[in-house]
Design a binder for this molecule. Structure first.
Ligand code: ITT
Length: 193
């Protein structure tokens, strides 16, 4: 069985990605399995750059083919930010709820509801040689935070053609539509060919 390292410290991403990989004959390793706790500084300006920084770092450290996911939410009422700063933006509030309230307020004040999630996955199989796979899901910010599944901004994001937030969808259902599953499916197709 081929080994593949998923370079992430985000346990929710790991759960989502492991579920998608379940059907494939690949041994998916996590940083925890290899007892790796260091991570590189995510100094890129784009999701693609940050994903590559992480997958190159993982490959260079272990010699195992490695992929990483960099992702985030882009919100129209915040001039399509926080983007690559999504984690830092959320952590700058005293709680997730305070962050959601502030976003919902900006949506109401500007009457701009649109938002999207993006994931870039970088796969490094040889020194500094990487391939990028992108996934994007369009939608809007909900009028109130709802749901207990998922993580991050899921409670305030409603995908196009849905009336529930991503946090109201169990992992299996989120994986049917999410930005991450779109990018991971492209990665799996690449690995299968
Ligand atoms: P890594 O170890 O994989 O880097 P991370 O949490 O630091 O984990 P990112 O740098 O990619 O990951 O930050 C992405 C942030 O964007 C994440 O912490 C969430 O707040 C948000 N985010 C990303 N994907 C999301 C999703 O599917 N649902 C909700 N929020 C998401």
């Amino acid at each position: 069985m081929r080994q593949l390292l998923f370079f992430s410290n985000n346990k929710n991403k790991i759960i989502e990605i492991k579920k998608i990989f379940d059907k494939f004959n690949l041994e998916l390793l996590s940083l925890n399995d290899l007892k790796i706790s260091e991570e590189p500084e995510e100094s890129g300006q784009t999701f693609e750059e940050n994903a590559k920084i992480k997958s190159d770092y993982g490959f260079n450290k272990t010699g195992i083919p490695c992929f990483a996911d960099d992702s985030g939410i882009c919100i129209e009422s915040l001039n399509w930010k926080p983007g690559v700063l999504s984690k830092r933006f959320l952590n700058s509030f005293k709680s997730n709820e305070a962050c959601f309230e502030s976003i919902i307020k900006s949506v109401k004040m500007k009457s701009k509801q649109n938002a999207y999630f993006k994931t870039s996955i970088s796969l490094t199989v040889k020194d500094n040689q990487s391939v990028i796979f992108n996934g994007k899901i369009d939608g809007k910010i909900s009028e109130q935070a709802k749901g207990r599944f998922g993580f991050g901004y899921d409670p305030i994001f409603i995908s196009k053609n849905y009336n529930k937030t991503l946090a109201e969808l169990p992992t299996k259902e989120k994986n049917e539509i999410s930005h991450r599953s779109i990018a991971v499916t492209k990665l799996i197709n690449f690995l299968s060919n």
